[in-house]
Design a protein around this ligand. Structure first.
Ligand code: ADP
Length: 415
């Protein structure tokens, strides 16, 4: 049985065809520059069977992109799908599920309507997700589709952690509260981390871990007893950690101050905090951590400052979440930066000895690409490197939903 996993962004569509038995990736691809006026679209696909294919093609919308991807997958000569019914189901990443969707959900017309309503909370993210779903319904009618929400894993966060101290009516009328994102990744790496802890005699039910998803977008989640109890992203993915181009935490009055000083509309402020801030904003150089680390090593003061602010913010959250949970068994690093940047891990863990964190410097420098503890044997708190795999998690969840599994997803506890 194969599951097609789709992640439709504003101008891109990533996909993987995954064999559910072996979890092997049968095909993997990316359609880029969808609906971008200045640049021709491009599709890159890799399969073991036909190798790598890359070509340019005009794509005005997600319907066009999905048409091309479907044609590639089912191509009589080079395609990996001989009959459409080989695809048992399609799993879609959907960014925002609001309070309504707390677990992966089989898509029906009613569900689509509800997701559309929630889209007000994620006007940049949910509409392309929905476009991907509609394109699949047209091309592959009758094949079950499942929405896997980025927010769902955080549904167990208690009210005192998700409530903002604003007038309560804004919560009831407009849904203003913390939702959190990257849930699929936090859930996936937490599952592996809890297995690792269980082997050392720490039962999942009594475990306290902090997962750090550090990619272009960055977020941290406090997970106690296998349930998310707090997370750094909020109503939108702009809150919390410093990211490639997003500011993360700010004094809220800065937005008002800037709007007045720049005489700028809300759309300008939105662009500044989401696209022009973070590592890029501080360094003036790049949003890519590799560039920041290289430039800092060469003595670029603003790159060094960006790196310092980035790591310091993570350290603060480690402290906050250890306090929130009343203890800590493991810090888990994942995603592009978390998996590949020894300097970031080292700076986050430095001087956390008082919490019981002691990083093994050699392991931190040399280990890559596999789940492993980077702490010394004497360290009370494990420092786990766990490669994430959101597509695999979406495929697993999709398979569970179409199998009609009544059991709750691992680590997603029904509130
Ligand atoms: P996305 O959030 O788009 O999925 P990724 O998880 O791929 O992003 O993470 C992208 C980030 O990972 C970039 O900032 C990139 O610089 C960083 N990264 C990738 N490889 C390394 C590395 N070897 N050292 C430091 N940072 C890295």
């Amino acid at each position: 049985m194969k599951i097609l996993v789709l992640n439709s962004g504003s101008s891109s569509l990533k996909y993987q065809l995954i064999d559910t038995q072996t979890e092997e990736v049968v095909a993997k691809g990316l359609a880029e520059c969808i609906g971008v006026a200045q640049r021709c679209g491009q599709i890159i696909q890799e399969t073991e069977f036909a190798g790598k294919i890359a070509f340019e093609t005009e794509m005005n919308c997600h319907d066009d992109a999905m048409d091309r991807v479907f044609a590639l997958l089912t191509d009589p000569e080079k395609g990996v799908v001989k009959r459409v019914d080989e695809i048992a189901a399609i799993g879609h990443r959907v960014v925002h599920g609001g309070e309504k969707f707390v677990r992966p959900t089989l898509i029906t017309d009613d569900v689509l309507c509800e997701v559309e309503k929630v889209s007000q909370l994620a006007p940049l993210h949910n509409p392309p997700n929905l476009a991907g779903i509609r394109a699949c319904m047209r091309l592959m009618p009758g094949i079950p589709q499942v929405a896997v929400f980025d927010t769902a894993f955080h549904a167990t966060i208690p009210d005192y952690a998700y409530m903002y101290a604003l007038p309560y009516d804004y919560y009831t009328a407009f849904g203003v509260r913390r939702y959190g994102f990257h849930g699929t990744s936090h859930q996936y790496v937490a599952g592996i981390a809890l297995d690792m802890l269980a082997k050392e005699g720490i039962a999942p039910g009594s475990s306290r871990i902090i997962t750090c998803h550090l990619g272009n977008g960055c977020s941290m989640t406090a997970i106690q007893g296998g349930r998310a109890v707090d997370t750094s992203m909020g109503l939108t993915p702009a809150e919390g950690l410093v990211m490639g181009t997003r500011s993360g935490d700010l004094d809220p009055a800065i937005l008002v101050y800037l709007a007045r000083r720049l005489d700028a509309p809300a759309s300008d402020i939105d662009r500044i905090i989401n696209k022009e801030s973070g590592l890029l904003g501080i360094s003036g150089l790049s949003s890519d951590m590799r560039d920041i680390v290289d430039a800092a090593a060469k003595g670029n003061a603003r790159a060094e400052l960006a790196l310092a602010v980035f790591c310091y913010r993570i350290r603060k959250y480690v402290g906050a979440y250890a306090a929130a949970m009343g203890g800590l068994d493991a810090i888990v690093f994942t995603a592009g930066i978390g998996e590949n940047s020894p300097i970031v891990r080292e700076r986050v863990c430095r001087d956390l000895g008082f919490l019981g964190v002691e990083l093994d410097a050699t392991k931190n420098e040399t280990e890559r690409g596999r789940a492993i503890n980077l702490a010394t044997p004497a360290s009370r708190v494990r420092v786990l490197l766990v490669p994430t795999n959101e597509e695999r998690m979406i495929a697993r969840e999709t398979a569970r939903v179409i199998a009609g599994s009544a059991a709750p997803s691992p680590l997603v506890v029904t509130p």
